[in-house]
Design a binder for this molecule. Sequence first.
Ligand code: SAM
Length: 243
Amino acid sequence: MKKRIQQLFKKSYKTIENDAFLKRIRATIIGEGMLHEGNIYLMDYAIQHMPDDGIVLEIGSYAGLSTNVLLHLLQKHHKKHTFIGCDAWIYEGFNDHTGNIETHIDGKAEVSRKDYVAYIKTAFINAAQLLHPNAKPFTCHMPSDIFFENWNSKNEFTDVFERTFSIQDTISFCYIDGDHSYEQAKKDFENVAAKLKRNGFILLDDSADYLNFGSKNLIEDIKNDHRFTIIDSNPNYLIQKVN
Ligand SMILES: C[S@@+](CC[C@H](N)C(=O)[O-])C[C@H]1O[C@@H](n2cnc3c(N)ncnc32)[C@H](O)[C@@H]1O
């Protein structure tokens, strides 16, 4: 009976156990619904197995939940890779796809989208400053396309902590979690693929088989892409560059 009850509550995906920081983080940072627990398991795998040099990149940071999970795992596994990210900090309304784009947030006419995203960006800065004061992410306020344009032009970046930096290395692991439309997820994927080291990883959020996002359609393309192999789906996909 006990075994049957345990089976009933058993998760259908793999998770990281016995990590007090990870257990607490969902109660600390805004955005808990945005990070599938199975992704954390895949991030842990990628960080442990990625090439020894290179950068870790995140596209889509929101309020810093996945950022601080990644920073924590880098520290836990004694990895010295520089963490770089970008977020456009734009509000995506439930009904934007109809073309009728409001200036306020869903369900609260008195709260402007501008104030909302400023609040989320400030939350990102505060969370990183609180939880990783000595390993702050080099995250920039810009859409991913502009980020790659700047990188390709060897331009200098300024992050949300007002630090300037340039990127000298290629990518060993990237978490793609920005705009989930097929078109943008594909652009992000190709931009990352062009700068990904051999044996480097990409974790594509919302690519699980049961979903209906653009990222899910993109993973169907990637399954036929000879440059990549599927490492795991938990339920989102972790892929590795092999060619
Ligand atoms: C699902 S949230 C990211 C959640 C975050 N990774 C986490 O788990 O805590 C998606 C983020 O992508 C950002 N975004 C949307 N379009 C983008 C683009 N073209 N380039 C960069 N970021 C974008 C949004 O502003 C939003 O903060």
